[in-house]
Write a protein of this length. Structure first.
Length: 402
């Protein structure tokens, strides 16, 4: 892959933002738990974030076509920087009586993230040649997952030497640098949607998905896959380690770390063998779906921590071997100027289903046992495998006119 200025700026800018996202999340969750002493209050943070991102994904199409994608991306980052400064001020002298202000601010930050994430995915094919898309997506995923795995650990260490407001302001510095780098991106040309009404703009991505057969299938795949993935959230996985594996809490960290390691390994494989994968996108999506289904079912039945570790690693690898080729198909399935609205609609599906799925899986784990929800997860991934297998001819990279 030939490196270019725009992809490098986008990658570094988003990497700094991703680092900041994890660090500020560590700070916020720690602060809420210390002030309230309530695990429920702390767990409400991801629910707030998911809800805000869902609303943002629905409304972002109103800005696409009115604001250049490059400035829309940079603007959301600048907005997050300002909100982080405010959050740092709020955390000083915060008490249990007014901690709810934190939820308002993180909700606004998540609202901007819900806009930035699909725009970032849309900009990649603007800045990268079609033949380099698989490799570019692989590099982006590798960097993202590596930083996520590292920053949760580093964030905990930072809290030992920095109080939450200082850590939040450190994140503000990272966001400010990220904003500056994103402002240096070249502007992209895309069709305006100013002549359309607000409802038509919101519906545009949904209609594109409905009218494009492969995107319609990917939309359903995202529903099943996202629902299945909710069993891997920290709360449910911790219960599995305790109740199903009867293992020490440290295995929770090991198994979670193995999943992230699998994500990174899968991404690296896609970078190294991108030309081979590009010729067999459908086969890799099917193989990743089937491997994920099989490993999840075995995980649900297993009682040995070391085997659970290996299976978690396999699940992580399978996720990336499927998602990176799938990302390339999405990016080449419609004209490039319609990608932003497609990604916002797919983002709305993902955040909406994840929010509902987390609640449902948590309820079922309490009602029927934690092993049962992992069986459900595996069966949902089996449905994904069937969908991919039946529609394998659709999962090919298309060359769109730019």
């Amino acid at each position: 892959m030939n490196w270019n200025k725009n992809f490098t700026l986008l990658l570094i800018g988003q990497s700094l933002a991703n680092m900041g996202d994890v660090l500020y999340m560590v700070s916020v969750i720690s602060t809420i738990f210390v002030i309230t002493g309530s695990a429920t209050a702390a767990s409400f943070v991801p629910f707030t974030i998911t809800s805000s991102m869902f609303v943002s994904s629905l409304l972002t199409p109103l800005l696409i076509g009115k604001v250049n994608l490059k400035w829309l991306m940079a603007g959301t980052q600048i907005g997050k920087t300002l909100l982080l400064v405010i959050l740092g001020l709020v955390l000083i002298g915060l008490t249990a009586a007014d901690f709810y202000w934190i939820y308002l601010i993180i909700g606004l930050i998540a609202f901007l993230d819900g806009c930035a994430n699909p725009i970032s995915q849309t900009l990649i094919p603007h800045y990268v040649k079609p033949e380099d898309l698989v490799q570019a997506n692989g590099i982006t995923e590798t960097v993202t997952q590596t930083l996520q795995a590292l920053m949760w650990f580093i964030g905990s260490l930072f809290l030992l030497v920095l109080n939450p407001p200082l850590l939040v302001w450190l994140v503000g510095v990272l966001f400010a640098i990220s904003s500056g780098l994103l402002c240096l991106l070249d502007a992209v040309v895309h069709k305006t949607t100013e002549s359309k009404g607000k409802l038509e703009q919101i519906k545009e991505g949904w209609l594109t998905i409905a009218d494009t057969k492969v995107l319609r299938k990917i939309g359903w795949i995202n529903v099943y896959e996202t629902f299945a993935g909710t069993v891997w959230i920290a709360a449910i996985l911790l219960v599995f380690v305790s109740d199903a594996l009867h293992a020490a809490e440290k295995w929770w960290g090991f198994i979670n770390g193995a999943f992230f390691a699998g994500l990174i390994m899968g991404s690296i494989y896609c970078i190294k063998y991108f030309s081979f994968i590009e010729r067999k996108l459908g086969a890799f999506i099917l193989a990743g779906s089937f491997a994920g289904f099989l490993a999840t079912i075995l995980f649900s039945l297993n009682s040995v921590p070391a085997i659970a570790l290996v299976l978690s690693l396999i699940v992580g690898i399978s996720v990336q071997l499927k998602s990176i080729p799938q990302q390339t198909i999405i990016q080449t399935s419609v004209p490039i100027e319609r990608l932003a609205t497609v990604y916002t609609s797919l983002g709305a599906i993902g955040t909406g289903v994840f929010g509902i799925g987390s609640l449902v899986m948590g309820f079922l784990a309490d009602l029927l046992g934690v092993r049962f929800v992992f069986v459900i997860s595996g069966l949902l991934l089996m449905v994904v495998s069937v969908i991919v297998n039946k529609n394998n001819q659709l999962f090919i990279k298309k060359v769109m006119e730019q």
